[in-house]
Design a protein around this ligand. Structure first.
Ligand SMILES: *Cc1c(COP(=O)(O)O)cnc(C)c1O
Length: 378
């Protein structure tokens, strides 16, 4: 019996989502830009999915631009705004962003854009005061994630976005991990742009969206035909977008129940690990945290070693951002939180999702305890 505990990396496609997609993979194959019946059938599906994604985050349909996924949405947001910005104005990001934002900022830096990084506290939180201070110099764009993929820390996005809005500065949030796990309502937030990804909320891979609030100046990122109201060229991935729309609809219906149940399982796992094993540090505990995320350091054991030992037992987890070929570099997120390198290298990210059962968590508790004890004894 294998146990999947890597839901922050990707999630299983929901059967109802696949069902919604099937007709568009087989019969309704038209190009939504075509004016004939086949095309119009696909166009209607696209419009319907756009309504669903918009409703899910409290936006308007025309504020949703479909992309190939979360990474493209982040690239679009950062390049799109910095392209129209006055030369010399900075891009400000948090130091715990996903690589999709971090490396895009780096690419902009290579093109001469000043990039500044906001520090975080030991829980991974960006303070509004730090942001306020950073905005005293000329800034074109602020990008701070809504929730972190490694440790699950939820940022005070409402307050941070308000700080930027007061200064008339565009605010982007990578809401990819937050979506479907905590409520997101663009109608009440001073957020100008938000990135979403389908496969993180039980939709298919290859679809995502960038919410662009009306009036925000963002240059197109991909150039070509007149798709997506000229904001994103390329024939839309209709089946994946249909699935994405359905996944958002289901996520909204299940959010409350799912997040409660998942948080209970995560807390049980955390409680079990910390009370049965010595030398466990839980990262990000003590501030608002995503319901399914648990990031621990196990003193004396490399994260990678533990990960592989668990894999042999059928448990799929992750070491978080450290999972590069060069495993001597610890997670930039934990480093930014002030975790010492040796502890950061012994971290394990367990991310629960909709499909996980109590039996799976009980089994994980037992196997984790046995494995850690065995590895420490060796
Ligand atoms: C997964 C993820 C991304 C990248 O999204 P893709 O759809 O896989 O390209 C970006 N940001 C965060 C926080 C993520 O968790």
């Amino acid at each position: 019996m294998s146990i999947y505990l890597d839901n922050n990396a990707t999630t299983r496609i929901e059967p109802l989502v696949l069902e919604a997609m099937m007709p568009y993979l087989v019969d309704h194959f038209g190009n939504p830009s075509s004016i004939h019946a086949h095309g119009q059938r696909a166009r209607r599906a696209l419009d319907d999915a756009r309504d669903k994604v918009a409703t899910f985050i409290g936006a308007m349909a025309e504020e949703i631009v479909f992309t190939s996924g979360g990474t493209e949405a982040d690239n679009h947001a950062l390049f799109g705004v910095m392209h129209t910005a006055k030369k010399g104005k900075a891009l400000v990001i948090s130091s715990v962003e996903h690589q999709a934002v971090l490396n895009t900022a780096h690419a902009l830096k290579m093109r001469g854009v000043p990039v500044r990084y906001l520090p975080v506290d030991p829980w991974g939180v960006v303070s509004t005061q730090t942001l306020e201070e950073e905005l005293e110099a000329p800034v074109a764009l602020v990008s701070i994630m809504a929730a972190n993929n490694d440790v699950g820390t939820i940022q005070p996005i409402a307050d941070l976005a308000s700080v930027a809005a007061k200064k008339g500065i565009v605010f982007h949030t990578d809401a990819i991990q937050a979506a479907g796990k905590i409520p997101l309502d663009m109608s009440t937030l001073a957020v100008s742009m938000a990135s979403l990804s389908s496969h993180k909320l039980h939709g298919p891979k290859g679809a995502g969206a960038l919410f662009i609030r009306g009036g925000t100046r963002v240059a197109p990122f991909l150039h070509g035909g007149h798709h997506e109201s000229r904001r994103r060229a390329g024939t839309e991935n209709v089946p994946a977008i249909v699935g994405f729309g359905r996944a958002c609809e289901l996520a909204a219906q299940r959010l409350e129940e799912d997040s409660k149940r998942i948080a209970k399982l995560r807390d049980k796992l955390q409680e079990n690990i910390t009370s049965n094993l010595e030398g466990i540090t839980v990262h990000g505990d003590g501030v608002p945290r995503l319901p399914g995320t648990l990031n621990i350091s196990v003193r004396g054991i490399e994260g990678e070693t533990l990960l592989m030992a668990l894999d042999l037992l059928g448990i799929s987890a992750s070491t978080g951002s450290a999972c590069s070929s060069d495993d001597s570099t610890p997670s930039h997120v934990l480093t930014a939180m002030g975790v010492e390198p040796i502890l950061a290298r012994s971290s394990l990210r367990i991310s629960l999702g909709r499909d996980n059962t109590e039996e799976e968590i009980d089994r994980t508790c037992r196997l984790l305890k046995d494995t850690v004890t065995r590895l420490r004894g060796a």
